[in-house]
Design a protein around this ligand. Structure first.
Ligand SMILES: [Zn+2]
Length: 80
């Protein structure tokens, strides 16, 4: 079973569709059982979509702060 920390590390590959099927499946299983990570991935995808819309490489500072604090709260703790 993946931990929330694992999800954080796999997140980028996940949204880019770069994960191998078995890994992706395990991540999906974790998301089905972990509303926090699910919300995080949604926010992450949303952020990327917004960044693309703006045709800007940089994530808007406000969203960056949001993401950072989420990562800190949710994924920064051991065995979270
Ligand atoms: Zn989780």
């Amino acid at each position: 079973m993946l931990t929330c920390r694992d999800v954080g590390q796999l997140l980028q590959d996940y949204v880019e569709g770069a994960l191998e099927a078995p890994v992706r499946q395990r991540l999906d299983e974790h998301l089905a059982d972990c509303p926090g990570c699910l919300a995080f991935i949604k926010t992450y995808k949303h952020t990327i979509a917004i960044s693309k819309d703006l045709r800007c490489k940089d994530i808007p500072p406000e969203l960056q702060r949001k993401l950072r604090s989420f990562i800190k709260d949710k994924l920064g703790q051991p065995d979270a």
